[in-house]
Design a protein around this ligand. Structure first.
Ligand SMILES: [Cu+2]
Length: 402
């Protein structure tokens, strides 16, 4: 769970797109209506201020048919547009699909945790998951020393399937609200009553779930997660007695990247350079390698210490840079000998004493996350709370998509 609210940069269901569209149309129409009323009002108040107008100049206008029709029709039609988009997205959200074509999960919200109960599987086994979020450890200056975690509790669902949530709270508890920001879904959870909401998403991944109704002391920790997985993986888990799905969906590298907001700076599936480099295909460009050869580098805290400047020059340096940038394919330039003493002849960094030049391995990731990185592309902040396991999950994932 990152410190910031994950989700509003993700639109993981069709209804989320609709809701955002309705929101922006609302927003702009409100701006237009506001300016077209307040603008002229301010202007006329100034133009006809008391010391500028003599009594005899004031005429007695009773009405103006054209103006009256216009100022009735124009705002009415704008409001009809608002109504249309609000209504049509509301309709999608509020029309439940048939239960026979959906998976129905019972959700219980109580002070201060979420609990999920599935229908019995083929063997009659009922999955029940739930539990409170483990709070982060925060020092007296308010700095997070250890991130909070969700443990194994999550709402596991298959992609591309209608999911209906039937939600309630125990009698004697208080109001909660089940909120998935990435889906723009939110519905009250009421003691002794059953409320429903539904979704269907294609986007495999992990999403934050929060309580959006102030419900007492630990309201702000009433977190949970939604894990969307491929259908076959879901089926395999659902028909087993395992607590959580196999394949470790909780720490899947993709989910970790999503959770810590890495994707706002790094493209993972394309080669685009956003704020930072794409983590997809390449490790380093020849410009980056040349830059390090020329200036040296001492940022990442490897056992070997600093990378000295000027280990190679001129044509040698260029040949090495091109070779490293190609992923160390083809003939190794003889001058690479200057590098292999530390990075190894295969460029893999000699068991983590120097950075691997060929891939994002777990050691590189944990060094970058621990120390941050400042290079010719830009500055990456430190991520001290990303655990070693998460760093290796990311490395595993990045290597698997190559
Ligand atoms: Cu709550």
């Amino acid at each position: 769970m990152s410190n910031r609210l994950q989700g509003f940069d993700t639109m993981a269901t069709i209804s989320a797109t609709d809701v955002d569209q309705a929101f922006w149309i609302n927003f702009w129409i409100s701006i237009i209506l506001f300016l077209s009323v307040i603008g002229p009002m301010v202007y006329f108040a100034w133009k006809y201020r008391a010391d500028k107008v003599k009594d005899e100049d004031i005429s007695d206008v009773t009405h103006n048919t054209v103006l009256e029709i216009l100022w009735t029709l124009i705002p009415t039609s704008m409001l009809m547009v608002l109504f249309y988009f609000g209504y049509s997205s509301m309709k999608v959200i509020r029309t439940m699909p048939a239960e026979s074509e959906s998976i129905v999960v019972h959700v219980e919200g109580s002070k201060w945790k979420w609990r999920y109960e599935y229908p019995a599987n083929a063997n009659g086994y009922v999955h029940k998951l739930g539990g409170a979020y483990t709070k982060p450890v925060i020092d007296k200056n308010g700095k997070v020393i250890k991130e909070g975690t969700m443990g194994k509790s999550a709402l596991y669902v298959p992609a591309g399937t209608n999911i209906i949530l039937k939600m309630t709270a125990p009698v004697g508890d208080v109001l909660h609200s089940f909120f998935i920001p990435a889906f723009r879904m939110k519905e009250d959870v009421v003691p002794g009553r059953t409320t429903k909401q539904w979704f269907n998403t294609d986007k495999v991944g992990e999403y934050d779930v929060e309580c959006a109704e102030y419900c007492g002391t630990d309201h702000s920790y009433m977190y949970s997660r939604l894990v969307v997985m491929p259908k076959d993986k879901y089926e395999a888990w659902f028909n087993s007695k395992e607590d959580t799905p196999k394949g470790n969906y909780l720490t899947s590298g993709d989910a970790v990247l999503q959770r810590h907001g890495c994707k706002s700076c790094h493209a993972i599936t394309t080669d685009k350079v956003l704020v930072g480099p794409s983590l997809k295909t390449r490790r380093l460009t020849s410009e980056q390698v040349l830059n390090v050869i020329n200036h040296g580098q001492d940022k990442l805290g490897y056992a070997m210490g600093a990378m000295p400047a000027g280990m190679a020059t001129g044509a040698d340096a260029k040949a090495i840079a091109a070779y490293v940038a190609s992923g160390m394919k083809g003939n190794q330039p003889a001058s690479f000998a200057a590098c292999s003493s530390c990075h190894g002849a295969d460029g893999k960094g000699q068991s983590g004493t120097a950075p691997s030049l060929v891939s994002y391995d777990a050691t590189l990731l944990s060094h970058v996350l621990k120390h941050g990185k400042e290079g010719m592309i830009g500055t990456m902040p430190k991520f001290p709370y990303v655990s070693e396991e998460e760093a290796s999950a990311i490395a595993e994932y990045l290597q698997s998509i190559k």
